[in-house]
Design a protein around this ligand. Sequence first.
Ligand SMILES: Cc1cc2nc3c(=O)[nH]c(=O)nc-3n(C[C@H](O)[C@H](O)[C@H](O)COP(=O)(O)OP(=O)(O)OC[C@H]3O[C@@H](n4cnc5c(N)ncnc54)[C@H](O)[C@@H]3O)c2cc1C
Length: 448
Amino acid sequence: MTQVIIIGGGFSGIAAAKKLHETNIPFLVLEARERLGGRVYTKQISEDLYLDLGGQWIGPSQDRMYALCEELGLDYFETYDQGYNILDFKEQVKKFKGLIPSLDIFSLINLDFVLKKLERMAKTIPQDSPWLHPKAVEFDRVSLAAFVTSQCKTKSCQKVVSLALETVFAAELNEVSLLHALFYFKSGRDLNTLININNGAQLHRIVGGMQTLVEKMAQPFLQQIKFNHPVSSIRKEDGVFTVQCEGFSYKAKKIIMAVPPVLAGKINFYPLLSAAKRQVLDRIAMGQVGKCFMVYQKPFWREAGFSGQAFADEYSPFQSMFDASPKEAYFGIILAFTIGNRAKTFFEKDKEKRQAIMLEKLTKYFGSSAETPLFYEDFSMSDEAWSRGCYAGIYPTGAWTGFQDAYAKTENDIYWAGTEASKVWFGYIEGAVRAGETAADNVLLDLK
Ligand SMILES: Cc1cc2nc3c(=O)[nH]c(=O)nc-3n(C[C@H](O)[C@H](O)[C@H](O)COP(=O)(O)OP(=O)(O)OC[C@H]3O[C@@H](n4cnc5c(N)ncnc54)[C@H](O)[C@@H]3O)c2cc1C
């Protein structure tokens, strides 16, 4: 028997394990996949070319991420953010500089009003307990889509707000409660931070890819991680847990759950989890996003004065595009996000067609130099049995006010980690690390 079993070898589970390792507490990590990182997944294409198919960016106020990079000696670099951006509405392409897209004056005034209103509302949310806001019930009754529709007076304004927020949540806005959206902005500092590269959540990437960080964190205790160990049931009898995987079982005094809510809900618990915990597990749904990469010999768009960023309405499958080239730019990579319903339609096509669609867009944006890529790759976590979607679990209408803190609450010696248990940078890797460390701290306190 060990003291603690951690379920899930993503950033959250590994952050918890790192703490327990540093305090000499015996533990095991049970991980369903044959790799670490979960929703962070770096695919190595060749020695000097890799693609971050899952989470990739870090930014200001993600203090634990920067501290871990420093502690483990990992280098990071700024996302390329110079030159013209592209706005593609109704397949009409315009270029613009800075944050403000080239819209008519009424749409620009409206856009400024809506974004500032969301910022003002988010500022008033109690970050640790969004359900305690005096208007929590009112905000939790409507979807983010309903709010956006009510506030946007021009079509262009609505399109810009929608594609920006869809990129933030990786979901259709009618799946997101307004209260959850406001909490999410507050949790990640503010909306401005979440949508920006400059001084924002998309500021830095790790040299070598994000998965290298979680692998470095786990290096000292690799032998305590059991790969290909999907947990199917957790039973507690006489104060001892028996955790069942296919063909194996392990015993421990305490459990840290560090898996996405949708997958925690598939595990059988004896005794049952509380009704509130079970119901909130059923409510929190995952978003859907595909990351599509076009890889070139070099980032040729930079020489032509483009940033590589593009933003498009529903006539394109891609809400947004970014320059995702490596630090030294020895390859040029454009990363496109296809989200929600656009992703569903896009991934119904075969890969050859998906590549052709992206190529056509890039040629339209950047000219004939875009016609000859080295290769195309795309990926959707929705097709991964051990993620079931991304970026993170989303609270629909009624969930925050109905279940409050039920998800993160420790119950019967089971401690809940994962990014969805964090009130700071919920949904982000920083949130995952913080929630894992908090769960480990709580276990350590209780063991004392
Ligand atoms: C496409 C995409 C882009 C993103 N972009 C960013 C970004 O740029 N910046 C950012 O900060 N965040 C980003 N995110 C979000 C970020 O990746 C996640 O918030 C974070 O990685 C979650 O970590 P976690 O440890 O909580 O969960 P996970 O990473 O999901 O880890 C859970 C682990 O549990 C395992 N598991 C599941 N079920 C079981 C079971 N029954 N038994 C055993 N093991 C199990 C899984 O295999 C997985 O390894 C992105 C996510 C995606 C998918």
